[in-house]
Write a protein that binds this ligand. Structure first.
Ligand code: PDD
Length: 284
C-alpha cells in the first residue's frame, strides 16, 4: 500500500516524492527531525516535540518553512490521508538545496518532509518481554541535545547489538551511560529510585523522558537525575528506556548480565501503563 507523504507543500504518493540531490540534508546531514507517536489517530506529547524542534532549529541557525499552525495541520492531514490509527509521524527539516560547499548561503529555503509509519504499540515484542542491550562507546558528536539527522553512529551501534544477537546498545562515555541509540536510558535501584542521566548537551532531551519523570513524581516515585555506570545498571533491580517510538520499554539484560529474574520489572511496567494513558488522554 502506497503512503501519502508530504514534501515541500505537496501531498504525494511516496514513490513520487522528490528532493534535490543538492539538498544539504542529503549531502551534509544538515538537518533536524522529530518523531511523534500517534495513538487513536491523535498526536501524543505533540507540544513538546514542536518546542524541541524549534530549539534544534535555533541552535543550527535554521528556520521552519511553515508556521506552527501549518505544521500541526500537515501532521493531521497526513494522519487523515493515511488513515493512521497507531504509529509515528516523522518530520525532517533540512537547510535546503545548494551546490556542494561546506559554507552555506544565508538565503536558502529549508526543505520540509513528513511521512507516517504504521505501528501496533500494544503488540510490540520489546515491551512484552523486555529488551537486551550491549554497551558501546559513545562516539557521536558533542551536541546530542540537537536532534540532527546525523544518525550513522547510532545506526552502527544498533547493528553491533544485532550482530551480537541483542536488541539495542547503551552508549558509554567516560565510563558513564549517556543514553540508548534512539532512546533515553534508566535504571531502578534496589531501593526503588528511578535514575536517569541529567540533561546536558551529552544526551537528547527526550520528550517522553520529560513526561515520564513528571508522571513518576506525581505517582510518588523517587527520581534521581544523575549519570550511572554499566556496572551499577547490571546490579540494579530494573532498567528501561523511553522514546516516542517505544514509550516505556523494559530492559532485562545488559552486556550478558540478566537483571533480576529476567522479566520486565514492576516499575517499568507501571510507568508504561501510566505513560500510555497520559499520552492517550492528552493527545491532540
Ligand atoms: N529517537 N535519545 C535519542 C538519541 C533519540 O534518538 C531519541 C528519540 C530519544 C528519546 O526522545 P523522545 O522521547 O523525544 O522520542 C533519546 C526517535 C524516536 C528516533 O530517532 O526514531
Amino acid at each position: 500500500m502506497s503512503r501519502i507523504v508530504y514534501v515541500n507543500g505537496d501531498y504525494v504518493p511516496e514513490d513520487q516524492a522528490k528532493i534535490s540531490i543538492f539538498d544539504r540534508g542529503f549531502l551534509m546531514a544538515d538537518g533536524v527531525y522529530e518523531v511523534s507517536s500517534v495513538l487513536g489517530g491523535k498526536l501524543a506529547d505533540y507540544p513538546g516535540h514542536v518546542a524541541r524542534l524549534h530549539r534544534s532549529l535555533d541552535e543550527l541557525q535554521m528556520t521552519s518553512p511553515v508556521s506552527d499552525d501549518e505544521l500541526l495541520e500537515i501532521h493531521r492531514e497526513l494522519i487523515r490521508r493515511n488513515d493512521l490509527d497507531e504509529g509515528l509521524v516523522y518530520l525532517q527539516i533540512t537547510r535546503g538545496a545548494h551546490d556542494r560547499d561546506f559554507a552555506w548561503p544565508s538565503d536558502l529555503t529549508p526543505s520540509l518532509v513528513l511521512f507516517t509509519q504504521g505501528k501496533h504499540f500494544e503488540d510490540a515484542e520489546g515491551p512484552k518481554h523486555g529488551i537486551k542491550v550491549i554497551s558501546q562507546p559513545d562516539m557521536r558528536w558533542g551536541r546530542r541535545d540537537i536532534k540532527t539527522v546525523q544518525l550513522l553512529y547510532p545506526s552502527f551501534a544498533k547493528m553491533q547489538a544485532k550482530a551480537a544477537g541483542k536488541d539495542d546498545a547503551w552508549l558509554v562515555e567516560d565510563g558513564l551511560v549517556t543514553e540508548g541509540t534512539s532512546n533515553n536510558a534508566y535504571i531502578v535501584t534496589k531501593e526503588g529510585t528511578i535514575v536517569t542521566r541529567n540533561l546536558s548537551s551529552d544526551i537528547l532531551h527526550g520528550i517522553t523522558r520529560a513526561s515520564v519523570l513528571k508522571l513518576a513524581a506525581e505517582a510518588q516515585m523517587k527520581v534521581e537525575e544523575r549519570p550511572f555506570t554499566i556496572q551499577e545498571a547490571q546490579g540494579a533491580a530494573e532498567a528501561f528506556i523511553t522514546a516516542a517510538s517505544t514509550f516505556v520499554c523494559p530492559v532485562v539484560e545488559i552486556d550478558g548480565v540478566v537483571l533480576g529474574d529476567g522479566v520486565p520489572g514492576p516499575i517499568a511496567k507501571r510507568l508504561r501503563e501510566i505513560y500510555i494513558s497520559h499520552a492517550r488522554a492528552s493527545a491532540i
